[in-house]
Design a protein around this ligand. Structure first.
Ligand code: PKZ
Ligand code: NDP
Length: 515
């Protein structure tokens, strides 16, 4: 039997961020591969008017659990939700729940974080740094703790070009910074944020860098490992190819391109697009949990979980495969025909934004107004442009991550484990993966049925005809205005028309002769 699966059987696992994208895939794989796991505690907060219990009840109904539901119909009995809020003192966990965790938990996977790039610094610190600190304090008292696995990001040190599997010194003393933001006024923090975060592009990557250092400080107390995934995308194989459930990372942009909304994007076509399938990250997490608990490495092991150095693929190639997949499998009710101008030139990108985003949006909003409806396209584009601006830091440059620890871990696995917990991205076939990603986004994120493809194709044909008709009318109008004002343009026009006429007469004459 697989050593990794066997290790988790009989163990109690604590997961933070279990309601998130990666948390759900982690829970599903753990419960499916180790059905005899003792319990999976998850820290959940009430949200959007739903209690913790309601959220968990809805979550277990999600499609992501279909496979485990088939294999072990009572899988939800293993899930033990704990009411918690990571930004509150003691994580707002009740004394009774806390006691239960302290006496039971063997392995912790810390996934909870705010991943928003525009998160105010105070909140990002509260959750990503202070929340992590509180969890570490709790972990210190866990009597049976064997491994603490912290999920960071490959971009935590994106101010460096070559990123080794080490923890870099933090830019500031974390405690001093947390004290400072605690008493400073929100508006002042907002104002000094760019100065504080220095050469980090956003508060997310900055606070993830600070959290790594905090985690490392606990190395005397328990076994720790840090995993740094790059841009986590739809799953490669598990639970289903192309499974995805949020718009983060590249997914939002891919969908916007498929819907024909995004027609231009600022990327360096030759820069490496370091996408990593979610199931690869989850398999690595479970393998690292096992390795850390069983082999107890003396130092804090950092695992860069990236594809660029092993099986590189560029943004230009991604763009090509996304567009061609959506032409073959169109999304429903697309705004325009999928097409993506990808350039790193700011002026060219601005030109295309004006011509292929703003102008059509204005025209469409004008049409909506004329037909008595509320204009909405410009608003959508403004949001898209804001997202594009926040993401361009990651799409216009490349990084190099070393991945020796991931390779080392692979050599430690039995052939069975390597198959069941596959994180060998050398086997990843990019064009196939991107195709499944796009189709997965259509099915799981937009809830579109594949049987609607013929109608979607029909809609694309209609859009193509509208586009041809519009372009021809525009050309004729411009040309007419031009001809009316310039003798030279008139001469060129007559010359072109007479040339066409001669060609037509020639072809007619030659075809008559052949008959
Ligand atoms: C041909 C194509 C090639 C592609 C070529 C470019 C790929 C370019 C990838 C770079 C990828 C770098 C990744 C760095 C590496 C990590 O570390 S990945 C960490 C993951 N973090 C993220 O990706 C977070 C990025 N997102 C954000 O920070 C915020 O969502 C934004 C972009 C600031 C937008 O904020 P907002 O306007 O307040 O919108 P927000 O409240 O988040 O969402 C409102 C709605 O829009 C949806 N939405 C959110 N973001 C988007 C989006 N981008 N698009 C559409 N809808 C969205 C939400 O689901 C939400 O839906 P509802 O819940 O209302 O139904
Ligand atoms: N997605 C990506 O591309 C990448 C992600 N990562 C890292 O992986 C981890 C998981 O990311 P991902 O699953 O994508 O993120 P999601 O945004 O999908 O999930 C975040 C999770 O954190 C929980 N959470 C947020 N705030 C709190 C809070 N105050 N108290 C309790 N729980 C909270 C959320 O709970 P709720 O449902 O209540 O909001 C949710 O379960 C993060 O640490 C992230 O930094 C690293 C690299 C790339």
């Amino acid at each position: 039997m697989s050593s990794i699966a066997a290790y988790y059987n009989g163990k109690t696992v604590l997961i933070t961020g279990a309601t998130g994208f990666m948390g759900k895939v982690l829970m599903e794989k753990l419960l499916r591969s180790s059905p005899d796991v003792e319990a999976v505690y998850i820290l959940v907060r009430p949200k959007a008017g739903q209690s913790m219990q309601e959220r968990v009840a809805n979550m277990v109904k999600s499609k992501v659990f279909d496979r485990v539901r088939e294999d072990c119909p009572n899988f939800q009995e293993k899930i033990k939700p704990i009411n918690a809020e990571l930004t509150q003192p003691n994580l707002a966990i009740s004394a009774k729940d806390s006691q239960e965790l302290l006496s039971q938990v063997n392995v912790v996977f810390h996934c909870a974080a705010t991943v928003r790039f525009d998160e105010p610094l105070k909140h990002a610190l509260l959750l990503n740094v202070m929340g992590t600190q509180q969890l570490l304090l709790l972990a210190r008292q866990m009597q049976k703790l064997e491994a603490f696995i912290h999920i960071s990001t490959a971009y935590a040190n994106c101010n460096k070009r070559n990123i080794e599997e080490v923890i870099y010194p933090p830019p500031v003393e974390t405690k001093k910074l947390c004290d400072l933001v605690e008493w400073l006024d929100e508006s002042i923090i907002q104002e000094i944020t760019p100065k504080l975060i220095g050469d980090w592009p956003n508060t997310y990557t900055y606070t993830k860098a600070l959290a790594e250092y905090l985690v490392q400080q606990e190395k005397e107390h328990f076994n720790i490992a840090i995993i740094r995934p790059s841009i986590v995308g739809a799953s490669w194989h598990e639970p289903f190819p192309g499974w995805i459930d949020n718009f983060n990372g590249a997914s939002g942009m891919i969908i916007a391109a498929g819907k024909g909304i995004l027609q231009t994007v600022k990327v360096n076509n030759d820069a490496v697009a370091d996408l990593i399938p979610v199931d690869v990250v989850i398999n690595l997490m479970l393998a690292v949990g096992w390795y850390t608990a069983v082999h107890r490495p003396k130092t804090v092991m950092v695992y860069n979980c990236t594809t660029g150095g092993i099986n590189p693929f560029c943004w230009g190639e991604i763009g090509y495969h996304v567009i061609s997949t959506f032409k073959r499998n169109p999304l429903e009710q697309t705004f325009r025909i999928p097409k993506a101008q990808m350039t790193s030139n700011h002026l060219i990108n601005q030109y295309w934004i004006t011509v292929s985003h703003k102008a059509p949006a204005m025209l469409y909003d004008f049409y909506l107004r004329l037909t008595g409806r509320k204009p909405r396209m410009m608003k959508i584009f403004n949001r898209l442009h804001k997202s594009m601006m926040l993401l361009e830091y990651f799409t216009c440059q490349s990084w190099e991550w070393s991945s020796e620890n991931m390779n080392m871990l692979m050599t430690q696995l039995s052939p069975e484990d390597r198959r069941l917990f596959n994180f060998d991205v050398r086997q990843l076939h990019w064009s196939e993966y991107i195709e499944n990603y796009c189709i997965g986004a259509k099915k799981y994120l937009l809830n579109e049925d594949m049987s609607g493809i013929p109608a979607a194709k029909q809609h694309l044909r209609k859009l193509r005809n509208i586009q041809y008709a519009f372009n021809t009318t525009l050309l004729v109008i411009i040309w007419r205005i031009f001809i009316a004002r310039s003798q030279m343009a008139r001469n060129i026009w007559y010359f072109v028309v007479s040339l066409c006429y001669k060609f037509l007469s020639y072809f007619r004459a030659s075809s008559t002769l052949r008959h």
